[in-house]
Design a protein around this ligand. Structure first.
Ligand code: M6R
Length: 608
């Protein structure tokens, strides 16, 4: 996830763009840059690190008079955070500059074609490939609009892009495909940005670009076209009512809620470039040069640890790899953990900075074990120190409680299991195809069902918010989800919650059950359903109240039955996870807790 902004109008453009980038910095902050065109030349200033570094550079140069400019704040997906990878990127002939949010999946093929024609690349980004493709297509198209559209039709993937041409210094071109882009209409000025706050001080009149649309804008007007055939699109602008704070959260009350609702997009992005739109192949070049592990040691903390526990079920059943999952703070102090021939480690961390996970990584490296990282933050310590890294591409997670990051970790673990399953011949091609089809169906399924899940969560939260204790029960792949549900409830609402393997209840914890100690049971339609049902009945026999999270058609006589869409196990976890998150969110919000920044916690735990 990155932030882009373009401005064309009557004001000095660079300060407007930089101010907009400040409000987009939540979308990424590993490097930033701006471009403007003046006297037939494109000028670019870029800097690694937070926006402050770019501002410092700009302040040291003479003020820019251009009234049209564009900018970018980056969340690395291709190439490490570095000035050479920062946007805007220039075409080889320096006539065009491009900023881009998204991923061009076929950039390697396009790069090969352009390299054969003599183009050279100074960065590792897909964006530099795209800007050169536009420059190349311009040679055979009547104008820049046609060249831009043609290049975009050849690029597969997700993007929101803004383009500047040195020959038209007062015109911006922008387009969108599966990444947000909003056009802002001012008086004698126009804007384009990844998010409304970027230009909210100047205008509330907006046009939400749809997938496959291109806009061309000057200070006095704009024209909207369909990418497919450049036919004009007529759409009336809307006036938005949000204040700045609401706008940064896309209108959601909290970042946590916004991030829960981002999960369909996170899955789409996580599949992009890794699972071809059809077929049974999973492309994970990060793993291609490594042997399939004989045994995998997964080490992580908190929610990432729960993702690892869930991933174990897939890695074992789809790829036949024995997996051990450990809490990093325990692992690092265990006496001489034994590693065997062919063993591999996998450290999972959203931030890539968690002190215990990082220490565990270093320990395993010292002992000669190959270490894979599964991280969200490119350039983080774990991403840099692991021998190979898979990025989860969830975009910045602002809320302290981790939500979309777990979804992205689960997705990447599923892809790893499919990849290794193919190499170990554990999974038949037909089964792989079926599983990939299911993964591809998740974004639409979640988009359709999240609003109703949210409404149910709100209703149940009001009923159960006064409880002082909660059990979360699950079996098999739902046990890690029970742990995660309990963690979310306790960290957000400060209600004591215990996640338990449902079959363990009778070995002691059931003694706690009484009418004031409710249970949240994961009773999804899978092979273990009859067992979970018996465990639920044991709780009910002790007058315990039960919310059962289940699927349509499953017979359960609990106080509350919450039915979510059916998916085959273990992928049903992708529907259960947001239900658990939404329930905790609603309880905490109802109790008036600080949802995005719960007491005593930090987003990234960089101390022991
Ligand atoms: O950045 P990491 O994934 O390494 O963070 C691990 C935990 O600190 C984190 O998941 C924590 O448990 C969250 N507060 C959970 O919501």
């Amino acid at each position: 996830m990155c932030g882009i902004i373009g401005y064309v109008g009557h004001r000095p453009a660079v300060p407007v763009v930089v101010e907009g980038l400040e409000r987009l910095e939540y979308r990424g902050y590993d490097s930033a840059g701006v471009a403007w065109a003046l006297r037939g030349r494109i000028h670019v200033t870029r800097a690694k690190g937070k926006l402050a570094a770019l501002k410092e550079k700009l302040a040291a140069s003479p003020a820019v008079t251009a009234t049209c400019a564009m900018g970018h704040t980056r969340w690395a997906t291709h190439g490490v955070p570095a000035e050479r990878n920062a946007h805007p990127h220039l075409s080889n002939d320096r006539s065009l500059a491009l900023v881009h949010n998204g991923i061009i999946e076929n950039y390697q093929e396009l790069k090969a074609e352009l390299s054969a024609r003599g183009y050279v690349f100074h960065s590792e980004t897909d964006t530099e490939v795209l800007v050169n493709l536009i420059a190349e297509r311009r040679k055979s198209e009547p104008d820049l609009l046609h060249a831009f559209a043609r290049a975009l039709r050849e690029a597969h993937g997700a993007y929101a892009v803004c383009l500047l041409d040195c020959a038209e210094p007062d015109t911006l071109y922008a387009a969108r495909m599966s990444a947000p882009l909003i056009f802002g209409l001012g008086t004698g000025e126009n804007f384009v940005a990844s998010d409304i706050p970027a230009f909210l001080p100047y205008t509330r009149r907006v046009l939400f670009l749809e997938d496959g649309e291109i806009v061309r804008a000057t200070a006095s007007g704009h024209a909207l076209f369909r990418l497919a055939d450049l036919s004009p699109v007529g759409r009336e602008p809307q006036t938005i009512q949000w204040d700045m704070q609401a706008a940064q959260k896309d209108g959601y009350r909290h970042f946590m809620l916004k991030e829960i609702f981002e999960q369909p997009r996170v899955i789409t992005d996580g599949l992009a470039g890794r699972a071809a739109p059809a077929g049974d192949g999973v492309l994970l070049p990060e793993l291609a040069h490594l042997p399939v592990p004989a045994r995998l040691h997964v080490v992580a903390c908190g929610t990432s640890y729960h993702a690892g526990l869930w991933g174990r079920h897939l890695l074992e059943s789809w790829a036949g790899i024995p997996v051990q999952v450990e809490i990093a703070s325990e692992f690092r102090y265990r006496e001489s953990p034994r590693f065997g021939e062919g063993d591999m480690a996998l450290v999972i961390s959203q931030s890539g900075e968690t002190a215990d996970t990082l220490a565990a990584l270093r320990l395993m490296k010292e002992r000669g074990m190959p270490v894979l990282g599964l991280c969200n933050v490119v350039g983080s310590s774990i991403a840099r120190e692991a021998q190979a890294v898979l990025f989860t591409q969830a975009g910045p997670e602002i809320s302290v409680a981790s939500t979309k990051a777990m979804c992205s970790q689960m997705l990447t673990l599923a892809l790893m299991a499919l990849h290794w399953g193919e190499r170990t011949d554990t999974l038949e091609p037909a089964r792989r195809r079926e599983l990939l089809e299911l993964l591809r169906s998740l974004p639409a399924l979640l988009d359709d069902n999240l609003p109703e899940m949210h409404a149910t969560a709100r209703e149940l939260a009001r009923k159960y918010a006064q409880a002082r204790n909660f059990f979360y029960l699950g079996r098999g792949h739902c046990f890690p989800l029970a742990l995660e549900g309990a963690l979310k409830l306790k960290e957000l609402s400060y209600i004591h919650a215990e996640g338990y393997a449902a079959g363990e209840m009778k070995h002691g914890p059931i003694a706690l059950v009484d009418p004031s100690f409710p249970t949240f049971a994961l009773a999804l339609d899978d092979a273990l359903f009859p067992k979970v049902k018996s465990n639920i009945e044991e709780v009910q026999a002790r007058q315990g109240k039960v919310i059962a999270l289940t699927n349509p058609g499953m017979e359960l006589g609990t106080d509350d039955v919450w039915r979510i869409p059916r998916l085959p196990a273990p992928l049903s976890a992708f529907a259960a996870l947001p239900a658990l998150q939404l329930f905790s969110y609603e309880v905490a919000d109802y109790l008036g807790k600080d949802v995005d920044q719960p007491r005593n916690l930090a987003k990234s735990v960089t101390v022991e």
